[in-house]
Write a protein that binds this ligand. Structure first.
Ligand code: 7PM
Length: 287
């Protein structure tokens, strides 16, 4: 964990990943009432002016990246059609790209959406399926965009049924290693890849704790690590709190993650996370 500058290029916008940064979550789905639900009206239309207000607040609060998602990956969530996902995400991408200069990440597994991202000011494809959907690897390769590869055991509709590992840290690392090789084979260089252990995606509380405790083992991949723990069930199980009351627990987990090597933290609570990461960054600088 060196403190020498480590510049990552998000399609023209750069971040120094020797420090940690906040990625703010913008969910454009009708079911995520605790955060993004109100960004869509009942009839399914995206409320662009509300999205822009939320985006601006996140940027002012310190988000370096905004992660825009139109598909719910909650356990048991219904799959969204490709045209529906595109009609949720693209107007938001275009509006944010026109109005702000934060890095735009698109949370998708859909090659048709990935194809539209290159010319729309997007800086990162964030895929919880690690480019395993047919055509996704080729679409990212062709786009020239960087990608975040996330580990998941199973699929969103069955992943929490009975997650099982012999050694969760090892299996997650090997999976990510294999997906990095697949990317390299398709022409996506390591300078365009981030990795994410996928907290809550086919993992029990114990698996999540082991991953967080040994997150530094992922440094074996020599790639920047992104984590998403914000308000997740693991925080609820530990603290006994409902989703909206999981801020303190989420911050503790984020800080532990950064001190174990994570450099991008995906979160609903940008202002609080940005303050916490400023403290982490000062410690990283002197260690
Ligand atoms: C249940 C599971 C409910 C997951 C909600 C979620 C991540 C992500 C999401 C993550 C990356 C949520 C999520 N989580 N992308 N997308 N890493 N890279 O909390 O951990 O929003 S969806």
């Amino acid at each position: 964990m060196s403190n020498s500058p480590r510049i990552f290029d998000f399609a023209g916008k750069t971040l120094n990943l020797s420090e940690s940064h906040v990625m703010g979550i913008l969910n454009i789905t009708p079911d995520s009432f605790s955060d993004g639900g109100e960004l869509m009206s009942k009839n399914g239309d995206v409320n662009i002016s509300r999205v822009l207000t939320r985006a601006e607040a996140m940027i002012k609060a310190g988000a370096a990246i905004l992660d825009i998602g139109g598909e719910s990956t909650r356990p048991g969530a219904k799959e969204v059609s490709s045209p529906e996902e595109i009609s949720r995400v693209m107007p938001v991408v275009e509006a944010i790209s026109r109005n702000f200069d934060a890095i735009i990440s698109v949370d998708t597994s859909n090659p048709e959406l990935i194809n539209l991202c290159q010319k729309s000011g997007v800086g990162l494809i964030n895929d919880v399926r690690a480019l395993t959907r047919k055509g996704a690897l080729e679409a990212v390769a062709e786009s020239g965009l960087p990608v975040c590869l996330m580990h998941m055991q199973g699929s969103p509709d069955n992943m929490q049924d009975a997650p099982k590992y012999k050694n969760v840290v090892e299996e997650v690392t090997v999976f990510l290693e294999d997906r990095v090789k697949a990317c390299n084979g398709a022409g996506i260089g390591n300078d365009r890849i981030l990795v994410d252990p996928g907290f809550g995606f086919g993992k029990t509380l114990e698996h999540n704790l082991e991953l967080l405790s040994r997150l530094a083992d992922l440094q074996r991949l020599e790639l920047p690590v992104l984590i998403g723990i914000s308000r997740k069930r693991m925080i609820g199980l530990i603290t006994g709190r409902r989703e909206k009351d999981r801020l303190a627990g989420s911050i503790a987990a984020a800080v532990l993650g950064v001190m174990n090597g994570a450099r991008i933290v995906r979160t609903h609570d940008v202002a609080e996370s940005a303050d916490a990461l400023k403290v982490c960054n000062e410690i990283l600088k002197i260690s």
